[in-house]
Design a binder for this molecule. Sequence first.
Ligand code: NAD
Length: 256
Amino acid sequence: MDLGIKEKRALVLGASRGLGKAIAQALAAEGAVVFAAARSVDKISSYADAADTLHAVELDLGQIDQVDRVVDGLIKDGGVDIIVNNGGGPPPGAAQTAERAAWLQHFEAMAANLFHLNARLLPMMKERGWGRIISITSSGVEQPIPNLALSNGIRSAVVGWSKTLANEVAGDGITVNVVMPGRIHTQRVDELDAAAAKRTGADVAEVAAKSRRTIPAGRYGKPEEFADVVTFLASARAGYVTGSKIRIDGGSIKSI
Ligand code: NAD
């Protein structure tokens, strides 16, 4: 199937590792010109060198001046057709003890600065009558995860923003969707399992096995499987999918 994104320009955020990296590589493999952004460009350069359609961009999403500088450069260069909103997750913690300063700090990097970046890049998509905006959230927006108050709360704001924007720009040929990872096997998931093992004194393999047993598919997802779904949503073929939340979770979310 030709996905129709050869030479489309794609900005992938949080692309130094994990899901962002897999998506940047998948889009580049389909012939898109990819701007892969993260705080450490070295990590991107290490895999970007292989493909001359993949460019590393330095960007800390917590710094609005950096966001504006990157956007200025992209606009000068012709804008982008595809945006994949992604970045780091916030620290764990309960809702009843989460501090105001933490809400503000993480809301800025995970929501407000992303909304600003997208709003600035949208006019050029509208001019071209084509665009794809995909935001990575979490299964926690449908089934809040215990002790992840900041993540559940802030990512739900991304969902509300995404749906509102989808309705505003559907007539301009721009689709806006949210993807929800359940448990996809990235370095972050290994780190989370290791932290849980340390906290409970259990063996890390036991922790991972217990976690896998909660997933109907019986395994963690692969970053490439996640990237395939995102790449399809970014494609010309997915032109009639908008305003949606799409689960990539091996069946973990209990409700339908
Ligand atoms: P990850 O931690 O491996 O990757 C996050 C990426 O974002 C990295 O490239 C990191 O450098 C970058 N990043 C972090 N802070 C940043 C900042 N301030 N500015 C710019 N870039 C920044 O995580 P992942 O497993 O690839 O997941 C991606 C996102 O999806 C994360 O927000 C994660 O919490 C969320 N998520 C992942 C899973 C999963 O199963 N992997 C499940 C639920 C939610």
